[in-house]
Design a protein around this ligand. Structure first.
Ligand code: ADP
Ligand code: MG
Length: 377
């Protein structure tokens, strides 16, 4: 990283910062409903080598960006003005300035091992790495959760993606060997020990390598549908409902909103159950929670797709304890929990099934819960 930075900018960086991608164990589309989620950081991460500048130029280069160095001015950043990948790092600087921090420029070089656009949150990893770098370069002393919320603001307000805060909180706050129990309304998080390998279990990621176009507008529509249901029920957010409230909600809501509400309410309950199992050391019990979560996203939220369903069905047929799509939906990645001895057979079966279906072959890799964003040199 340092050598690449020197080649690009002709000087040494002041430091290098890292922020990981994430997979969410359970708690999907719950963050913007003020609910719960349970992500882990993955070992794949984004690195930013950075050097503070005395003027207001923000120079950006990414090994994945496939272009020349971009040259922006931090004092002239306005939402909508940057439409390339640079909207993510520039958005972080914009959001920090919006929050009242008097910041100047920097030179940044970015490189990442997080697959881009695979539902593993390369966008949050990029934002968090930049935010942590700026936090140190400019001595802002912001906490990891505060930086995560700055990154969410960057993605919402500058890059124009109406996401909740889960991805950024996961990248910023996760720790190795633990899942992060997020309570979005309370603004709190707790580390829950999670070491599947210690119990002879494997957690696999299957990147389906598809991203269906539908995704972008559909995400916003789902979010609006959830907010509409909450307002019709006189609630601040769907977080305020429990499964026992569902019959009452069914009477009060138009039929098309009910499946959305059912997913969110039951998904929040699934997070709570998953945390209890993890705390009790019953990791295998997570399996059926994952599979139930997938069925809910497929049938109630309707954001799965044929490729993700094929991974889940094949994995279960070959003995997985549980599997589900993770991330916003319409493609991306699936996680599979399995006994170690079965993981390889499941991987082969999934690849064979994709070949038979004529799909592009997926990428498969095992993961263990990794560390969140930090300075690495
Ligand atoms: P995900 O976050 O699931 O990977 P998104 O669509 O939210 O998918 O974010 C992907 C976008 O983030 C890319 O299209 C690109 O604009 C930006 N991005 C992520 N990582 C990098 C990187 N290392 N270099 C340049 N741009 C990146
Ligand atoms: Mg993203």
């Amino acid at each position: 990283m340092k050598e690449a930075f020197r080649r690009i900018y002709g000087a040494h960086p002041e430091g290098v910062w890292a922020a990981p991608g994430r997979v969410n164990l359970i708690g999907e589309h719950t963050d913007y409903n003020d609910g719960f989620a349970l992500p882990i950081a993955i070992p794949q991460h984004t690195l930013v080598a950075a050097r503070k500048r005395q003027d207001d130029r923000l120079r950006l280069h990414s090994a994945q960006g496939d272009g020349p160095v971009l040259d922006l001015r931090v004092t002239q950043l306005t939402p909508g003005a940057v439409t390339t990948w640079a909207a993510y790092p520039a958005g972080v600087v914009w959001a920090l300035r919006e929050a009242g921090h008097r910041l100047g420029g920097a030179d940044l070089h970015i490189d990442s091992t997080v697959p881009v656009g695979a539902g593993l949150s390369s966008s949050a990893a990029l934002e968090c790495a930049v935010a942590f770098a700026y936090n140190d370069l400019y001595d802002l002393n912001l906490s990891a959760p505060a930086l995560a919320l700055i990154c969410q603001r960057a993605e919402n307000g500058f890059a124009g993606v109406p996401c909740g805060a889960m991805d950024q909180l996961a990248s910023a706050c996760c720790t190795a060997g633990a899942a992060l129990h997020l309570d979005i309304r309370a603004g709190s998080h707790e580390q829950v020990p999670f070491a599947p390998e210690a119990q002879g279990l494997s957690l696999l990621v299957v990147d389906t390598r598809v991203k269906h176009d539908l995704g972008d507008g559909a995400y916003a529509a789902l979010r609006t549908g959830c907010e509409r249901a909450a307002s019709l029920l006189g609630l601040e957010a769907l977080r305020d409902l429990t499964p026992a409230d569902l019959p009452r909600a069914a009477r009060a809501l138009p039929a098309h909103l009910l499946p959305l509400v059912r997913h969110v309410v039951k998904e929040n309950a699934r997070v709570t159950h998953a945390v209890s199992h993890l705390r009790a050391g019953h990791l295998a019990a997570l399996g059926s929670i994952l599979t139930d979560g997938h069925a809910s996203l497929r049938d109630d939220f309707r954001i799965s797709c044929a490729e993700s369903d094929l991974v889940v069905d094949t994995a279960l047929a070959y003995g997985a304890l549980g599997a589900r799509m993770t991330g916003g939906g319409f493609g991306g990645s699936v996680i599979v929990l399995a006994e170690e001895g079965r993981a390889e057979g499941i991987g082969v079966a999934v690849t064979t099934a994709f070949r038979a279906a004529g799909y592009q072959l997926p990428h498969l890799f095992p993961i263990t819960p990794a560390a969140g964003a930090r300075r690495i040199s």
